[in-house]
Design a protein around this ligand. Structure first.
Ligand SMILES: NC(=O)c1ccc[n+]([C@@H]2O[C@H](COP(=O)([O-])OP(=O)(O)OC[C@H]3O[C@@H](n4cnc5c(N)ncnc54)[C@H](O)[C@@H]3O)[C@@H](O)[C@H]2O)c1
Length: 423
């Protein structure tokens, strides 16, 4: 761990804006963060690290040491805006920096395995964006590297950020308290519509080599992980079908977030991933699941819907109303029975005490602050954060089973659970 950033370090910063000097003034113990990739997730994570410092005041205070990006000028501009102290144009140089103690991977899936394994082997804690990898083989190698590193006190975590939405974390608490009883049904959907326009360009998310899969890995991975997280159970088999509705698109020029403009010249390229994936599943506790991940749900922007029906009650969540969890208690007299709308903004709800008074609400970005705060807290306490790389591997195995089933006329495709996994 670094002690506070010194004035000399800050003066030596190669690109960044002047530091506020907070670390020196507050006498906090810092932990140096190095981030690879600086676009959509780079922005969300930068804000997460900054706000974790301020709102959670963790024992190890994240210091924004360096970002790595291949375009030095663009990375320097990002560093200026978010007060990153240094810029590297090769991620290997970032991993090699002695002042970087956590490597935060915010790049497309085809880069995750190489960067994460190099960082873990170099003794750096790692936060890696989801899905953990593009293939089960890569994810397994990453989980093995994480296990080796763990023996040396090096921690790792996957960025399944939606686990850290207070209403989702509260849903898990209710399940753990037995309020839902035995889980019979999980109904999970992740619905977006940003690809409905057939002229929307061919970004890396539409290339199998870069993204691994399409809607399935990009957003389906989240609802698979949320199911594992909230129920405490595992998906044990699937029957799936997938479709690519628009098979050819204009090659992308500039890209910003999920949107992009087409390259001049009108060149078109093949879409090599799914636009939508739908599957049935069985859960390790005996329940059934239905899953849908699509970027073609016209009118749905970022609708993550999770409904769980159990022997004692039900829970229902939609990210488009993310501060709310609908809770049904089946023991209530039939005359008054129904779903109660719980506004999950009380200080007694997960994470909320660090923010605003009841009813003032949280947004998309808060999950990234919770993620950053939980990771540095786990590092400070010497415990393993979650979701672990093994949890990321579990999701990858479901993704692979879905692709395999879809390629095989929706054949039932079982997923082996590791020995010792609780049914
Ligand atoms: N947790 C979430 O909710 C969530 C949301 C969106 C994306 N993601 C994940 O985050 C990751 C990044 O997605 P994004 O939306 O930020 O993508 P993006 O296209 O907005 O940004 C990708 C960044 O990676 C950089 N990059 C690409 N290849 C690189 C390489 N070889 N070396 C160094 N830098 C490289 C790009 O320059 C860019 O800065 C993906 O794994 C994605 O699935 C997670």
């Amino acid at each position: 761990m670094t002690t506070d950033t010194t004035a000399t370090d800050l003066a030596a910063a190669d690109t960044a804006a002047p530091s506020t000097g907070d670390a020196t003034r507050t006498g906090r113990i810092g932990i140096g963060i190095g981030m690879v990739g600086y676009a959509f997730m780079g922005l969300a994570h930068s804000q997460g690290w900054r706000n974790a410092r301020s709102f959670f005041d963790p024992a190890l205070s994240p210091e924004l040491v360096a970002i790595a990006g291949r375009d030095g000028a663009a990375a320097a501009e990002m560093a200026r805006r978010f007060d990153w102290q240094h810029v590297e144009t090769d991620w290997r140089a970032l991993v090699a920096r002695p002042d970087v103690e956590v490597v935060d991977i915010c790049t497309p899936g085809d880069t995750h395995a190489e960067i994460a394994i190099a960082a873990l082997d170099a003794g750096k804690h790692v936060l890696c964006e989801k899905p953990l990898a593009n293939t089960v083989d890569e994810a397994r190698r990453m989980a093995d590297a994480a296990e080796r590193a763990r023996a040396r006190g090096v921690r790792s975590m996957v960025g399944f950020t939606y686990r850290r939405v207070p209403a989702i974390a509260f849903a898990r608490q209710l399940v753990q308290e037995g309020r839902v009883g035995e889980i019979r049904h999980v109904r999970a959907q992740y619905l977006q519509d940003w690809l409905v326009d057939p002229e929307s360009p061919l970004t890396w998310r539409l290339e199998k080599e870069r993204a691994g899969s399409g809607a399935l890995g990009d957003i389906g991975a989240h609802i698979i992980d949320l199911t594992h997280f909230v129920t405490g159970e595992r998906i044990t088999g699937v029957s799936a079908t997938m479709e690519t509705f628009v098979k050819e698109r204009p090659v992308a020029g500039s890209v910003k977030g999920l949107s992009a403009s087409a390259q001049e010249g009108g060149e078109r390229g093949q879409v090599t991933v799914d636009d939508a994936a739908v599957f049935l599943a069985r859960l390790s506790g005996g329940g059934l699941g239905t899953f849908e991940a699509t970027r073609f749900a016209t009118g749905r922007k970022n609708s993550i819907r999770l409904e769980i029906n159990g022997s004692r009650g039900s829970l229902a969540f939609d990210f488009e109303d993310m501060n709310v969890l609908h809770v049904h208690d089946a023991s209530v007299d039939a005359r008054e029975s129904g779903f109660t709308k719980v506004v999950v903004t009380e200080p007694t709800h997960p994470y909320v005490e660090h923010w605003w008074p009841a009813g003032h609400g949280l947004g998309y970005e808060h999950g990234f602050t919770h993620q950053a705060a939980d990771l540095v807290d786990a590092i400070a306490r010497g415990v393993d954060p979650s979701p672990s790389f093994a949890d990321g591997l579990a999701v990858q195995e479901v993704l692979a089973a879905v692709e395999s089933s879809a390629a095989n006329a929706s054949a039932w495709t079982p997923i082996d659970l590791p020995a010792g996994t609780q049914p």
